[in-house]
Design a protein around this ligand. Sequence first.
Ligand SMILES: C[S@@+](CC[C@H](N)C(=O)[O-])C[C@H]1O[C@@H](n2cnc3c(N)ncnc32)[C@H](O)[C@@H]1O
Length: 365
Amino acid sequence: MTFEIFLVAPPGLEPVLAEEAQAAGFEGVATLPGGVTITGGWPEVWRANIALRGATRVLARFTEFRAFHLAQLDKRARKVDWAGVLRPDVPVRVEATTKGSKIYHAGAATQRIERAIREELGTSIAKDAPVQIKARIDDNLVTLSVDTSGESLHKRGHKLFTGKAPIRETMAALLLRQMGFTGAEPLVDPMCGSGTFVIEAAEIALGLLPGRDRAFAFEQLASHDPTAVAALRTSPPRDTDLRFYGFDRDQGAIKGAGENAARAGVQDVTVFARAAVSDLARPSGPPGLVMVNPPYGGRIGDRKPLFALYGALGEALRARFSGWRVGIVTNDGGLAKATGLPFLPPGPPVAHGGLTVKLYRTDPL
Ligand SMILES: C[S@@+](CC[C@H](N)C(=O)[O-])C[C@H]1O[C@@H](n2cnc3c(N)ncnc32)[C@H](O)[C@@H]1O
């Protein structure tokens, strides 16, 4: 059985996720607003959840049919092969949206689909159910998907310390990919907070799968095959001589980031130390990538002192990081400019926690 699989992406980074899906060997990769579609069956659903670093969640679009009125939706929803997807003993919830369709009442549509599942399969409906069915009714076409991820995939299961304004792992991974990072060079994050860039980079270098440790909603579905999934969770271990460095002036951040790295099992290749950007030192060894998201304009603190901070960051990098590439993620082009770094044209706007950020990249300094 194959169907369309929708990989939700952080808005603005869809093409980067498409690249990742392509590189991971998925088929039928196409970029859409809000995500990427691939084609496959349940094994591809499992692998996308476990192996893709950039996807926010994975939706399996297991069937579609036309419905022009609620009675027709009711009849056709009852004919769906629910037993092929859901388990009678695992509660489910349904969320419907409708657009440009004769069925315009999403609540009524939800209720018909819930009733069909309850009466045809015997599955109970609960608001806090671990499995969610999404029904999208667009131009009278009903597309049924099951959310196979559960908790958002940026939760790898290791970052218990989050610090101030952490970046999501999924977004961090896509931005690293945009910088051309493959795990073959060292990385420095001079304002590492909870250590997201550093830990993602170390995991990439060690060939660790992002979903190796967490639970997924697909484990609660009828198609779940624990032996096949266990095999997908393990990857051939890779070693690296490289190191991935995180600095921050906040001792609490350094302690928390170190603990996050230990939980992720990357403590041997990561180094966290307290330092202000003005004291930032270049690690010995080959040049690599500096990746940083400094405090944002308008989110933490005032904009004015931030000019000095971005200026100090730029000065340290220009003085001591020749040969390194720099990627700065910020919501404020004026602050980026204050670094005095020779940026290439910025990346597209990316939605991030109510802000719009861009990636400012340099070639090797
Ligand atoms: C937006 S947060 C970074 C979040 C991080 N990317 C994460 O995922 O958790 C900015 C960080 O810059 C640090 N910071 C602010 N001023 C600094 C300075 N002068 N030197 C070093 N770090 C600084 C803050 O302590 C904070 O952790």
